[in-house]
Design a protein around this ligand. Structure first.
Ligand SMILES: [Fe+2]
Length: 241
């Protein structure tokens, strides 16, 4: 969500009539956007079972890391967020668990990679490393790159990669294959589609549905500019970069 309350609220409105066994949050609740308290409160208030892992921005905002590897706008946003979170919300962010977290025996979640929370999984080689060195689960949801995407390990050892585009896309999962799946980002898409991105996993039908939702981007941008956060963080939202 990256502190983008307008985007998160739009996703919550879109799914409000659906019933979920669980909500999986892949980290980076805060950082960049001007609504960090609203986002954290909304995660805390989600109905039903909620599983969360921390992201790299959560760590810097919670001052578990110093952010020396962040670029200037990202670091400025993290400092801004630390100063504005309520003590209870800051505590929540500080206590979010390190991934990977097992949701079921065969389905795990992480921020970057199950091997390292800060690693970006972009390439087939990145996926190969995970499939080879992390046999613990055959369905792994990951974030961090902000690119809706999937890596599929076929039984013969071939890895297929796809960037998922469009308003809605479905994957039918098959026995004997393994999956590394990225929903994209709600609050800061980076695939040049500025709409909020999430996915829904149906473990009985064995389908994954990626979804995009329009939201009031100009409102999120206004909040950023008004709050004194770097203007570049507002500009990028309408470009989806
Ligand atoms: Fe992120």
């Amino acid at each position: 969500m990256h502190g983008n309350w307008d985007a998160f609220a739009a996703v919550l409105r879109r799914v409000r009539r659906k019933r979920f066994d669980a909500t999986l949050v892949l980290g980076d609740l805060v950082g960049y956007g001007a609504g960090p308290n609203q986002v954290v409160e909304a995660v805390k208030n989600l109905e039903g079972t909620v599983h969360v892992v921390r992201g790299n921005h959560d760590k810097v905002v919670a001052e578990l890391e110093d952010g020396s590897n962040f670029n200037q706008p990202a670091l400025a946003a993290a400092r801004w967020t630390t100063d504005r979170l309520t003590p209870a919300n800051l505590r929540y962010v500080r206590e979010m668990p390190l991934g990977p977290v097992a949701i079921t025996d065969d389905m795990h979640i992480c921020h970057g990679s199950p091997l390292d929370e800060d690693t970006y999984v972009f390439s087939i080689y990145d996926a190969y490393e995970i499939f080879s060195n992390y046999p613990e689960a055959s369905v792994i949801f990951f974030g961090h790159t902000h690119i809706p995407s999937r890596f599929v390990l076929h039984s013969k050892g071939t890895i297929e990669v796809a960037v998922v585009q469009g308003e809605s896309a479905v994957l039918h999962m098959e026995e004997g294959k393994r999956y590394l799946l990225n929903p994209g980002s709600i609050g800061q898409p980076r695939d040049r589609d500025p709409r909020a991105a999430y996915l829904i996993y149906d473990s009985e039908a064995r389908t994954v549905r990626w979804q995009r939702v329009d939201y009031a981007i100009s409102k999120a941008q206004e909040r950023i500019v008004r709050s004194g956060l770097p203007k570049v963080l507002a500009d990028r939202l309408s470009l989806g970069i």
